[in-house]
Design a protein around this ligand. Structure first.
Ligand SMILES: [Zn+2]
Length: 303
């Protein structure tokens, strides 16, 4: 069993869901993020947040995957201050909803003044509602941005055990672990942080407080990055115990602190019945045979 605690399934296909389920992924966390094109109206945020707790959760359940999400104003769009103000008013309505396991992903992109302002406001919100935080660290000037993310979090009184710092690499991991944070690693195919490098990090640091995720989205990314990395770890002689921590248990321990994520949620899943509807809509298209657990005639044809 695996958990992918950072994946933007809104931009993925049903084939991905089927492949993920088959590869052993039982639960995922979808952080609220940037959609590739800046939003211009508050309603777009509202509909997006609603889809994270509504349709996407339903869609995942139809493929046997338990879906959770995080809610927040991403760093890129924090730079549209007029809109950011409105989003800040919206957030309290969502952060305590069922299945919301953290405030995130928040932090720095270009490390601007506006990003800093809304990062701080959201840290205060997280503290107020006692929710974990998922930090997106910048891809440019990463080392400095990561240090700053933690400095500011501490300034606002957050306990490092409630904060997951994501998108780490060899340059940032030591400081993040030394300061008591959860250190998440996004496995990007071909570039940056690949599975091979992840294996070396586990060799060097062990797996305590280390989390592996795919951050798969609309870009070149791999929704199977977690199971694939686990497989490589095994081939390279990493123990089952460490693999279990990095690819399952640590994510559950970190985000379980929200009180919204429990192993029993997916150990005793509701049977899949693709005839189900959400607000009148199913995942089925004209003439498709629904998968219904316990009904062998309904098996989906494999791609
Ligand atoms: Zn992301």
């Amino acid at each position: 069993m695996y958990i992918d605690p950072h994946i933007h399934v809104t931009s993925r296909t049903t084939d991905d869901y089927q492949a993920m389920q088959k590869a052993g992924i039982r639960a995922i966390i979808e952080p609220a993020f940037w959609l590739g094109q800046p939003r211009t109206k508050i309603g777009s945020f509202q509909d997006y947040f609603n889809s994270l707790i509504g349709w996407e959760r339903f869609r995942a359940s139809q493929f046997g995957i338990k879906h959770y999400c995080t809610i927040g104003l991403n760093s890129k769009e924090a730079n549209n201050e007029a809109l950011a103000e409105e989003v800040m008013e919206l957030l309290p309505l969502y952060v305590c909803k069922e299945g919301v396991v953290a405030i995130g992903e928040i932090g720095y992109d270009d490390q601007t003044k506006a990003e800093d302002k809304y990062y701080r406001l959201q840290l205060d919100l997280a503290k107020e509602v006692n929710q974990p935080v998922m930090i997106h660290t910048p891809h440019r000037d990463k080392k400095r941005g990561t240090t700053k993310s933690m400095d500011v979090s501490e300034e606002h009184g957050l306990d490092p055990s409630m904060v997951v710092v994501d998108h780490n690499n060899e340059e940032t991991v030591k400081e993040v672990l030394d300061r008591g944070y959860w250190a998440a690693f996004t496995i990007y195919p071909h570039t940056k942080m690949g599975s091979e490098r992840m294996v070396e990090i586990i060799r060097q640091y062990g797996a305590e407080r280390i989390i592996v995720d795919s951050a798969a989205d609309w870009g070149i990314s791999d929704p199977l990055a977690v199971p694939k990395t686990a497989k490589l770890m095994k081939e390279k002689g990493i123990s089952e115990e460490l693999i279990h921590l990095a690819c399952y248990q640590n994510a559950l321990s970190a985000y379980g602190q929200s009180g919204q994520m429990k192993e029993t949620d997916w150990l005793n899943p509701e049977p899949i019945d693709q005839r189900k509807k959400l607000s009148g809509n199913t995942i089925l298209r004209g003439g498709q045979t629904p998968q219904i657990d316990g009904d062998s005639s309904s098996d989906i044809v494999e791609n």
